[in-house]
Design a protein around this ligand. Sequence first.
Ligand code: IPE
Ligand code: IPE
Ligand code: MG
Length: 254
Amino acid sequence: MSSSLPQHIAIIMDGNGRWAKQRFMPRIAGHRSGVEAARQVVRNCAKRNIKVLSLFAFSSENWRRPAQEVGYLMELFLTGLEREVAMLHEHNIQLRFIGDRTRFSEKLCRKIGEVERLTRNNTGMVLIIAADYGGKWDICQAVTRLAKEIETGHLTSSDITPETISSRLSFADLPDPDLFIRTSGELRISNFMLWQLSYSELYFTNTLWPDFDEAELEKALRHYADRERRFGYSGEQLNELTKDRDREACSNNA
Ligand code: IPE
Ligand code: IPE
Ligand code: MG
């Protein structure tokens, strides 16, 4: 039940601060190198025809960081967008920001809007930047939308199903992540896509984000290719399903 290449990869890019600390540099230097690693992973995923890449850039909880660090990160988003938009567009990449935008500056919101409009009709990889995103926020906004539809009489409580909730989440039109990657050795989800990760294969590496290069991506993809995704079936059932699928493919080719 697994194609060897994931359609959707979701990454928690963690470890910028520790990377900088190891080099006696300020945390912001780690974030700057983190942007470079993000740039590389975008190129390397697009090269491999990955359909969707989601990068966790700033969590709802990251507002708790010192104001100076938050300000620097916002500045990096803006300059990063200005610098990379041409390259993304040239590579036919569709860029989308997911999260609560209400706390971003007007200038950043305007730039995000511009870039999304410019790349909207691109047909290559979909690049999601999750910024001021939290899985709990996402579920809350979906449930609020459903509640409003019930209030206005368009739905009833019996319409609340996994499908109706899914269709109101931020990533509704995209497949759920097949592969989740977190760098820096932390073994947690940190409020990333809580609903959508329910059947993702999880891959954790001790590598710090600025060091996550093409070889590291390859390693994660190899691990993914070796996994057996069962979705609740037994291993024996899966063998049967695979045989049926192969038989079907043979008769279609005959
Ligand atoms: C990830 O690196 C980047 C963001 C959360 C924005 P960190 O800044 O969390 O790096 P560590 O965990 O302190 O090493
Ligand atoms: C999660 O990393 C968010 C991003 C990478 C953007 P954190 O470094 O903020 O996560 P915790 O707080 O250690 O769980
Ligand atoms: Mg961290």
